[in-house]
Design a protein around this ligand. Structure first.
Ligand SMILES: [Zn+2]
Length: 381
């Protein structure tokens, strides 16, 4: 089965050919088979006329927490009335998640995946972290693996209430039997390295244990204040360090000199009313930056990459092109993937047609549903 999308007004490829106009893309067997000028396009079984609209790579959302039970709308409402965000709010979702059945969690998860597809996201990373006991954490990674290959074990999300007096014993659990139960279902190991969650030394234990089990590291760090998490992530060769709202000059220089991506999560600053990270400072220093939603019931309950792009442009001083790159190719780098986040021969046929002549409209027309069509693996979703 082959599909030719032709008469594309603006095609962002994220490949060597950059942006093409009056372009066409041939999709074949779930992959991009050809990219070029519409007048040179090969024949195909099916023709889709883009009528001058823009086409971009599908969004790569490299950071989400979408397997959970419960709802925290009341906490959000209180926060908007002036209450401060703290990492401990995670525990209320843990109680609701433990109480939910697999069927309830699965139905909710699939609803979020559909919601993300409809907004142009074609690659989704999903973390555990709302179980915090062996049985529930294993359920979460198993359910996540039903819908994505990018599964992250985040048993070290926060210390659960029952270990509040002995966090060291909880780290023993996470790095021992919980890791044994979850590693077969996961690709990544993650830790929330932050005051109120895990110290740098505890985070190192978690990440090193995961690496020893064949998982690759990624880290939540410097969301609520500066800390050692960024340097630890770089030292351990993490694919990405996420949040990075409070970075020292040493952190920025070390990131620029490393292969570690800094994943910015503007939905968090929006929803917690924290200051936005300085994306301009990072990009100008040569740091590779990704954008992701961090969809979760506490600190960022948007699943919209177009929304995150609009905030990144408006409030974090990224250009529209930088924000689009970060939400596609940047996300792919953060997942160490070379087959997504671009439109080039051999890449997965994951594309989005916008109801707009240019990708700039993603931030120029915030909140407007501009996703006209989404192809994942060459099939319309
Ligand atoms: Zn997160």
């Amino acid at each position: 089965m082959s599909t030719l999308i032709t008469n594309i007004g603006e095609l962002t490829t994220n490949a060597d050919d950059g942006t093409l106009h009056a372009a066409a893309v041939l999709l074949e067997d779930g992959r991009v088979a050809w990219v070029g000028r519409a007048v040179d396009a090969p024949a195909a079984a099916e023709i889709v006329d883009a009528a001058g609209r823009a086409v971009i790579p599908g969004f790569v959302d490299s950071h989400s927490h979408i397997v959970f039970g419960g709802d925290r709308a009341a906490e959000f409402e209180a926060r908007m009335a002036g209450q401060k965000y703290a990492a401990g709010g995670i525990r209320s979702t843990v109680a609701a998640t433990r109480a939910a059945s697999d069927e309830e969690l699965r139905a909710r998860l699939r609803g979020f995946v559909d919601e993300m597809h409809a907004q142009g996201t074609t690659t989704i990373e999903i973390k555990s972290g709302y179980g915090l006991d062996i049985h529930t954490e294993q359920r979460l990674v198993r359910l996540a693996a039903e819908v994505t290959d990018e599964v992250t074990f985040l048993g070290a999300h926060v210390v659960p209430a029952e270990y509040a007096d002995d966090p060291g014993a909880y780290v023993d659990l996470v790095t021992g039997p919980m890791l044994d139960a979850c590693a077969p279902h996961a690709r990544w190991i993650d830790v929330f390295c932050e005051t109120g969650a895990f110290t740098v030394e505890q985070s190192r234990r978690v990440l090193e244990a995961g690496i020893a089990r064949g998982l690759a590291p990624r880290v939540h760090a410097s969301q609520l204040g500066p800390g050692g998490g960024v340097q630890l992530a770089i030292e351990l060769g993490a694919a990405s360090v996420d949040h990075g709202t409070y970075l020292t000059d040493e952190d920025v220089a070390a990131l620029a000199a490393s292969d570690t991506v800094l994943t910015l999560l503007p939905g968090v600053e929006f929803s917690t009313r924290q200051p936005y990270p300085d994306a301009r400072r990072l990009i100008d220093a040569g740091v590779t930056v990704a954008l992701a939603c961090d969809t979760n019931p506490g600190s960022s309950f948007t699943s919209s990459m177009p929304f995150c792009i609009a905030v990144a442009v408006r409030d974090m001083r990224m250009t529209p092109s930088e924000a689009l790159w970060a939400a596609t190719a940047g996300g792919a780098r953060a997942l160490r993937r070379s087959d997504v986040g671009l439109i080039a021969p051999g890449a997965r046929a994951d594309l989005v047609m916008l109801e707009a002549p240019s990708h700039v409209h993603l931030s120029y027309r915030p909140g407007v549903p501009l996703i006209r069509a989404v192809w994942k693996d060459g099939t319309i979703v």
